[in-house]
Design a protein around this ligand. Structure first.
Ligand SMILES: [Zn+2]
Ligand SMILES: [Zn+2]
Ligand SMILES: [Zn+2]
Length: 174
């Protein structure tokens, strides 16, 4: 088999991800995605896999002027790798929409929109995803109970204080 069909990094023949010069196997594509490095051309921290103009360096897709093999199919960004197709932020958005949608209206629960925004804006969407999906975590269920009316978002009583939601979100830091 000609070298160009073998994985650039490990030499395995199952190299399906096409680069301009070579191909990468799934594992090596993933490793490069999860280990961004400073691109010698733009000096940004990016996943590198493209041949530089001098042939000796490896540069980012942007500097190579090519669509990135690392880009999320939804938002097009290369950061926060999570799955083959989508970044952690896009998975997190999907999860949060599912959890915080009020089944009675089919819309995000209006009182939970700030929660949606805050959780999505976190610096590490992957950590938030883990928090929502790890076995034994009650966070997603509790949030969904708020969204669907199973739990009151605020205590009836003294206005503005003692918000149940806030207390449940403390679980996150525990
Ligand atoms: Zn490989
Ligand atoms: Zn670059
Ligand atoms: Zn994305």
């Amino acid at each position: 088999m000609p070298t160009r069909y073998l994985c650039l990094d490990c030499g395995r023949p199952e190299a399906r991800t096409k680069l301009p010069h070579r191909q990468l196997c799934l594992g090596c594509r993933r490793r490069r995605h999860y280990h961004p490095a400073e691109c010698p051309t733009c000096h940004q921290l990016r996943p590198l896999a493209y041949p530089g103009p001098d042939g000796a360096t490896t540069i980012c897709a942007g500097c190579a002027g090519l669509p990135s093999i690392f880009a999320c199919v939804e938002c097009g960004r290369e950061d926060h790798p999570y799955s083959y197709t989508r970044c952690a932020r896009c998975w997190l958005r999907k999860h949060l929409i599912a959890i915080l949608t009020d089944p009675r209206t089919g819309q995000l629960h209006p009182e939970l929109v700030p929660v949606f925004d805050a959780l999505l804006a976190g610096k590490r969407p992957q950590t938030t995803l883990t928090w929502l999906t790890k076995p034994g975590s009650v966070a997603a269920e509790v949030l969904h109970q708020f969204a669907s009316g199973g739990l009151p978002i605020r205590h009836a009583g003294k206005e503005g204080d003692d918000i149940c939601l806030q207390r449940h979100l403390e679980l996150r830091r525990a």
